[in-house]
Design a protein around this ligand. Structure first.
Ligand code: AP5
Length: 216
């Protein structure tokens, strides 16, 4: 069984790789960022402090640990996570990782993959990102543009830019990654479940490296 978490800087390719991994392994893709975006749009069941969450996200800051851990554990309690899962964007702080280890009991992680990407390319990846609001497919106007400008190849829907992909917010998110998320690398190294892949390569090459880790 694969209980996997992806760690990468903002724009590091977590969402892009998660889409391919979960399709191949047939496990659910749980993105805390996507969950928060649906909460903000009023599309996620439950009652949440919406304006508080939006306020953190729009400033490129992390949503408080207790909110994230609760939502993630609830999501993992659903039936589709019985045979493995992929966490995209969680845990993101040492405290989240420790709380998760304490409270997740039968859902402990057995693989954590760090997608390592050089910082210079991240700004271009994020400011060039476009996504389909209908099917979730991710594009990039510089590296992987859609066939018709501004439209999704799958369903013709108009592509959108995320609110937190403005350059100023992107810089803040990168700073937060360095201070809050990077320490997780040592935490999972000590547990012997961390593998690192080179995320500077083309999407398919990164995917190949990840699948090699998971098959080992
Ligand atoms: P979240 O949605 O998780 O954002 P993020 O971590 O900043 O990551 P991104 O989604 O921006 O990037 P990605 O790594 O998925 O890259 P992608 O594949 O799209 O979180 C958003 C916010 O929610 C947070 O700031 C926080 O406020 C809150 N939040 C979420 N989780 C939280 C938590 N646990 N705790 C507290 N708060 C939380 O790729 C990016 C672009 O690059 C795309 O255009 C893609 O086409 C392109 N690309 C991908 N791979 C390659 C490649 N190999 N070569 C060239 N281009 C590539």
């Amino acid at each position: 069984m694969i209980n996997l978490a992806l760690i990468a800087p903002p724009g590091g390719g977590k969402g892009t790789q998660a889409e391919k991994i979960t399709r191949t392994l047939n496990i659910p893709h749980i993105s805390t960022g996507d969950i928060f975006r649906s909460i903000v749009k009023g599309e996620y069941a439950g009652s949440f402090p919406v304006s508080e969450i939006l306020n953190y996200m729009n400033r490129g800051l992390l949503v408080p640990d207790d909110i994230v851990v609760k939502i993630t554990l609830e999501r993992l309690g659903q039936d589709d996570c019985e045979n493995g899962f992929l966490l995209d964007g969680f845990p993101r702080t040492l405290n989240q990782a420790e709380m998760f280890d304490k409270l997740s009991s039968n859902k402990r992680l057995n693989y954590v993959i760090l997608i390592d990407v050089e910082e210079e390319s991240l700004i271009k990846r994020l400011t060039g990102r476009r996504s389909c609001p209908k099917c979730g497919r991710i594009y990039n106007i510089y590296f992987s543009p859609p066939l018709k400008e501004g439209l999704c190849d799958e369903d013709g829907e108009g592509l959108v830019i995320r609110n937190d992909d403005k350059e100023e917010t992107v810089r803040k998110r990168l700073e937060v990654y360095k201070t809050d998320t990077k320490p997780l690398v040592d935490y999972y190294k000590k547990q012997n479940i961390l593998a690192k892949v080179d995320g500077n390569k083309f999407v398919d090459e990164v995917f190949k490296q990840i699948m090699e880790v998971l098959k080992a």
